[in-house]
Design a protein around this ligand. Structure first.
Ligand SMILES: Cc1cc2nc3c(=O)[nH]c(=O)nc-3n(C[C@H](O)[C@H](O)[C@H](O)COP(=O)(O)O)c2cc1C
Length: 118
């Protein structure tokens, strides 16, 4: 079987999501995939890729405008591909009852219908 081509598109304000995206890309390469990693602001449409991984952080309860715009611009293509989303935020780092927040549809609802909204 051919090596899968995985596109990792992320947005990061202070570098945390970027580091996690780079680690994910490294792990995927170790697993045998060809990986392209890029910031949402520089990302082109997901053409000739088998899987897309999206990463974003949360600020003031919101995903970034940059990642959201990338998703909206490419929604039809993303919905036709296996697509994963990871999000980085302080609430996710906690161990308390805040993790019991009920998942709600988020701004990238077309890709991941329900995620934890911090
Ligand atoms: C101004 C500001 C607002 C934030 N708002 C939230 C928030 O609403 N919910 C949350 O869980 N974390 C919040 N955080 C924490 C960030 O999501 C967290 O620091 C994350 O690691 C940032 O990732 P990044 O450096 O890739 O942007 C906020 C951080 C900052 C600096």
């Amino acid at each position: 079987m051919d090596q899968p081509h995985i596109l990792v598109v992320y947005q990061s304000m202070d570098g945390h999501t970027e580091r996690i995206a780079e680690r994910i890309a490294d792990e995927l390469r170790t697993g045998g995939a060809e990986v392209t990693i890029t910031r949402a602001t520089a990302a082109t449409a997901p053409v000739d890729v088998d899987v897309v991984v999206l990463g974003d952080s949360i600020h003031a309860g919101q995903h970034s405008a940059e990642l959201t715009e990338y998703v909206e611009r490419n929604l039809a293509t993303l919905n036709a591909l296996p697509t994963a989303l990871f999000q980085v935020c302080l609430t996710s780092a906690g161990r308390g009852p805040q993790l019991a927040i009920k998942p709600r549809p988020c701004c990238v609802a077309g890709v991941a219908r329900e995620v934890q909204l911090c």
